[in-house]
Design a protein around this ligand. Sequence first.
Ligand SMILES: [Zn+2]
Length: 490
Amino acid sequence: MNNLTDLSKITALAKRRGFIYPGSEIYGGLANTYDYGPMGVELLRNIRNLWWEEFVHGRDDIVGLEASLISHQEIWKASGHTSGFADALVDCRNCKLRMRADHLLEDYIEKKGKELDVTKKMEVISPDELKLAIESLKVEGWSEVKMDEFISAFYVPCPNCSENKGDKWTKVRKFNLLFPVNLGIVEGDQSLAYLRGETAQGMFINFMNVTASTRVKLPFGIAQLGKSFRNEITPGNSVFRTLEFEQGEIEYFFDPEVNNWEELFEGWKSSMWDFITKGLGIYAENLRWRIHSDEERSFYSKRTEDLEYKFPFGFKELWGLAYRTDYDLSQHEKGSGKELRMVDSQTGKKLLPHVIEPAVGVNRLFLMALSDAYCEEEGRVVLKLSPKIAPFTVAVFPLLANKEELVSKAGEIHKTLKRVFHATVDARGNIGKRYLSQDEIGTPYCVTVDFDTLTDNMVTVRDRDTKDQERVLISNLIPFIQGKMESWGK
Ligand SMILES: [Zn+2]
């Protein structure tokens, strides 16, 4: 299992080899934005395509959707986002650092750990709450008043300056996370719209469109892959949390009188787990499930669990799974005044279905894939990415760059391989350097064309993980690589 604890090793490699660049860099950068380079965009697309393949094309009960990023303000009122979707922030009055108050507290509790006095007398925080927070390192669901009390009672210092020893914080205040947009073509109040804060609402507001225009029957899901926007203060863990991010969400609708929600929930848990471990080839030891406590779970949700990955900065949410009852559809019935009940073609019953929602952050899958694959061994840095998601599946080398017959043979092979795999040609430097260079971007197979190739029609295939080399007939190269891809495992 990979135990990488240093995120900076990944970010340095990611920048150097064209996976991720800081956003707006030549203008001094723009915090919490990133651009994906030539390698990053391939990895991201491969992850995205695999998700769509698995959860839309691979199933008969899920259909796709792509809703507008700019959306009506009433959607977000009905969903509760304009009032409740907020971060509690706190500012250091000395150095002007602005932080999420829950992160300030959780980091402090984690750092102090057992030194903290769990029996400390508090006004608004109950003894049980205090004990739980210190044991679980979580303060989710705490009100601003509780966080204020904790900061002053424990003298939580500013992590950025030494002046603020816990006495120079502003009060904790809520900031809405939705990005407003002003539409030029509409007058007055109606000109306010929002960039979507999640893709999920697109599925709810199009629920009747989808049921009326397709042959879906319960239980069924609507899936969407796309950008969402949240005006968040982030702790700067690369692309883990950014202002603009990509979600893969599924709303899985069912009749609670026909389907047992606990069974569906367990089914989703195993589909998610399999996608991460078998689909993306991630070490199972780096994954765990965490059940949300009553305090942190939304009031309408009967159960919420997060699949967490062990990032270099600790176990963090990767993929949330929530049973949301019929809350969302009923909110939009109220908000829009339109009936959102469907007739179940099998029972003839008219109902507002319940929903289970698996929601994953695609950029988190990306960062997880890099973290899990990063490996330093025997003088090389290698990304042991699953061949299904590596930016290139295969690289073709002519043994010598200045021998025309080798270069043209390599070009021919590259052309054939390109029809099936994502393939590249590399003729710079010596073979050893080319291997090291391909290892760093995770290319699982390298094919070398040498002088023998010209007479025996065989090439040397080198395996990234084992460094083993095999002679393979050119005519057998495609099935050979496909076979290796099939049997790949960490
Ligand atoms: Zn400060």
